[in-house]
Write a protein that binds this ligand. Structure first.
Ligand code: SF4
Ligand code: SF4
Length: 381
């Protein structure tokens, strides 16, 4: 059976407008009661990457979270909300991004995501995997990503948002396991999403992020809410919505290569508003997203510098707080002589440092072939 994705126009975060758009969206899928039964424990997992204000478009907007909490409660669910942020305590991040206020207003519970449970082998990629107990204890998971560019993966949406089920410092360990192999990391994300299998995903794409996402890009109006029960299929629609293709998004590319259902738009039953009418012109990609040019794998290593982007610290912006040094998965960074140094022989180009830097001090140097590709693409648009 074809996976189904619903899509509706939604242009602002006024509570009444969000509620109305969400009602229309969920009507296309049979209503919230299709997913939530009375008495079930419902875990809502928004994107709470960092404690930034909602207008920065780093986190799922609290008004969308509020509307989903209310709808799940009306269906009889016992709702909790949580995520494991990149930096900072979940509680602090929830307060700064406005989600804690809606948790308190609605009488939902806060899920602290502080406790991990080891689960058995997942797919081909995980030697060991620990997931937040809050995720494993829920009867129903509602995944609530924000649609943003992503330095490493191209885009972050339904599949990538579930990486937040891996608690705190266990995330860098998985980056390290994948090393510089973005295909392997993308496969890990796909297998993780298939393991968690949220009952429902609702995407906040009213305002998304372009440029150096997921933490330091610029907000961009997209004007839509999306929903469905197949995370990958929703991402296929979201990719088209922002004018990108599977070649720009590693998880989509891997999903197509491995022939996963929902990785092509032709596989998907679209409901609601017309995707082609809602689609926006191609949003600006992150500077750090790279290209593989369709080259065979054995050429990637010798050409890596030229095909990729690498991080460097702006000396004027860097306050030498040490946060990136602490979280760099292969410990390729160090502070010495009043400067941040990166050992590019160890760097796995994961861009966790750029994602986490509170000062936006980690910039990107693009390799020659990558710059050439960008230049050709821009001329052809
Ligand atoms: S680059 Fe950013 S995170 Fe790293 S030390 Fe400088 S200010 Fe801190
Ligand atoms: S320096 Fe940055 S991009 Fe390189 S491995 Fe460390 S965190 Fe990842």
């Amino acid at each position: 059976m074809k996976p189904c994705v619903a899509l509706v126009a939604a242009n602002d975060y006024h509570p009444a407008a969000v509620e109305q758009a969400l009602a229309r969206l969920m009507h296309e899928l049979g209503g919230m009661s299709t997913f939530v039964q009375p008495g079930q424990r419902v875990l809502i997992k928004p994107n709470m990457l960092a404690g930034k204000a909602p207008d920065k478009a780093v986190t799922t907007h609290p008004e969308v979270v509020r509307a989903v909490i209310r709808m799940a409660q009306a269906a009889g669910g016992i709702v909790s909300v949580g995520d494991s942020p990149g930096i900072g305590s979940p509680m602090e991040v929830a307060r700064h991004c406005g989600i804690m206020a809606v948790i308190e207003d609605t009488g939902a519970k806060f899920a602290p995501f502080c406790d991990s449970v080891r689960v058995g082998t997942v797919g081909r990629t995980f030697r060991q995997l620990e997931l937040a107990r809050d995720i494993l204890d829920a009867d129903v998971i509602i995944n609530m990503p924000k649609l943003k560019t992503h330095g490493m993966m191209g885009l972050t949406c339904s599949v990538k948002n579930l990486f937040g089920a891996v608690v705190g410092m266990r995330k860098p360990a998985l980056h390290l396991q994948a090393g510089a192999d973005k295909s392997l990391f993308a496969l890990m994300l796909l297998e993780l999403a298939e393991h968690i299998r949220p009952a429902l995903t609702i995407v906040d794409a009213i305002v998304g992020m372009e440029g150096n996402g997921p933490g330091s890009g610029e907000p961009v109006s997209i004007g839509a809410l999306l929903a469905g029960s197949e995370a990958l299929a929703i991402d296929s629609v979201a990719t088209r919505l922002v004018g990108m293709t599977a070649a720009d998004v590693w998880t989509q590319r891997l999903a197509q290569q491995t022939q996963r259902l929902g990785s092509h738009l032709a596989d998907i039953e679209l409901r609601g508003d017309d995707l082609e009418k809602l689609a926006v012109p191609r949003i600006r990609a992150a500077q750090s997203s790279d290209t593989a040019w369709g080259l065979p794998q054995w050429l990637h290593t010798p050409l890596r510098r030229s095909l990729s982007a690498r991080p460097y610290a702006d000396r004027h912006l860097c306050r030498q707080c040490g946060l990136c040094v602490k979280h760099c998965p292969p410990q390729a960074m160090r502070l010495a002589h009043d400067r941040l140094h990166i050992d590019y022989r160890c760097c796995i180009y994961c861009f966790c440092c750029q994602e986490l830097c509170p000062e936006g001090a980690l910039l990107t140097h693009q390799g020659l072939l990558l710059r050439l590709t960008r230049w050709i693409n821009e001329r052809n648009q």
